[in-house]
Design a protein around this ligand. Structure first.
Ligand code: ASN
Ligand code: ZN
Length: 351
């Protein structure tokens, strides 16, 4: 049967009413976006319904092109209907914005740079409190949450898609320091998606402001993020700076110093951010520095991650390669290259 692209509307849980591209077949609409990514299992970026199983499940199909009620999925259905589509809207909004951010700002197509479509399965398992990327299917799985809200916030989807980019490029091993950098690459991705989407999702630059520099604020039921990029130690487990014991801790904690480096690179290390919520955590570093903004910071980071890092890149190697990327993009003695050195020095890596 003929399939056509149809404009749809979704009621998301965290971002209000959002536009969606859907695929119409007869009088059903699937959450397949043929405008973003080619091929794959579904012929475009798609959201599937695992329906509480652990495999990716069936594509959503529905009689209308209006999706979800914007409320947390509860066992057995959505809060006002029986379809649980809000989780699919959340996931598609994150997926669309990640795709658009990478393409419109960096010219990077899909996760692998080759524009191969990916998809996200929602309602994975029962009351599942996690989300993850699988390099086997090159797709993502998102839980409904139990101690968390639905895990499909912009930063979490951007984080998981970031794992797809890393898996297709440097392949940073998921343990020791390379694992911390892998996790940090995903946290950076999550925050850049958040900033990009909040600014309208169409620009060619990542705005300097707009994201909260905390991972998972919205999915928390107590408004407590999973990670604080500007002050990683606020979680009680992540160090703020590199040390030789970093290689022995969980990758979700050894990501902390690099997250903080990226925050400094983008926003600077001085408490000059007026009323923004993180300003109170910005102490003047020994190497006090001015940020270069998220757009430049992310271009530099992304170039290093995708063209210079290897599977065994550690913090010292990352510092040299991020610096090389800054020098290639902006010049040997550019202020951007100096900012990279200062940002890494501020987390105890390099001179
Ligand atoms: N949500 C986690 C992550 O992407 C899953 C994991 O531990 N790999 O980091
Ligand atoms: Zn991760």
């Amino acid at each position: 049967m003929l399939q056509t692209t149809a404009a749809g509307v979704g009621n998301s849980q965290y971002n209000g009413v959002v536009p969606l591209s859907t695929t119409q077949q007869g009088d059903t609409f699937k959450l397949v976006d043929p405008l973003r990514g080619k091929g794959g299992l579904h012929g475009g970026m798609a959201i599937t319904n695992a329906n509480h199983g652990t495999s990716a499940g069936e594509l959503y199909a529905h009689w209308s092109n209006t999706w979800g009620d914007g409320k947390q999925f509860v066992e057995g259905g959505s809060t006002t209907g029986a379809n649980g589509q809000t989780a699919a809207v959340n996931a598609m909004w994150g997926l669309m914005n990640t795709y658009d951010m990478l393409k419109n700002t960096l010219g990077w197509q899909s996760l692998d740079g080759q524009n191969n479509a990916t998809y996200i399965a929602v309602h994975v398992n029962t009351a599942y409190d996690n989300a993850y990327y699988s390099d086997t299917c090159k797709c993502m799985f998102i839980g409904d949450g139990s101690s968390f809200n639905n895990l499909g916030s912009l930063d979490v989807v951007g984080h998981e898609m970031g794992h797809g980019v890393t898996a297709a490029t440097s392949k940073l091993l998921y343990f020791a320091e390379s694992g911390g950098l892998n996790e940090s690459a995903s946290d950076i991705s999550g925050e850049m998606v958040e900033a990009y989407a909040r600014a309208g999702g169409t620009g060619e630059e990542i705005p300097a402001r707009g994201n909260d520099w905390m991972m998972g604020t919205e999915i928390s039921k107590s408004n407590t993020p999973l990670r604080w990029m500007f002050k990683p130690s606020k979680d009680g487990s992540s160090p703020d700076a590199w040390s030789s014991s970093l290689k022995r801790i969980d990758v979700h904690y050894s990501s902390g110093p690099n997250n903080r480096m990226f925050f400094f690179l983008s926003q600077g290390s001085n408490a000059d951010k007026g009323s923004e919520h993180y300003s109170k955590y910005l102490v003047k570093e020994p190497l006090g520095m001015t940020g270069i903004g998220s757009d430049k910071a992310y271009r530099i980071w992304f170039k290093a991650l995708t063209t210079k890092f290897t599977a065994v890149t550690n913090y010292a190697d990352a510092r040299n390669k991020v610096l090389a990327a800054a020098q290639e993009l902006y010049g040997m003695d550019s202020k951007e290259a100096v900012a990279v050195q200062r940002a890494y020095a501020a987390i105890n890596v390099g001179p």
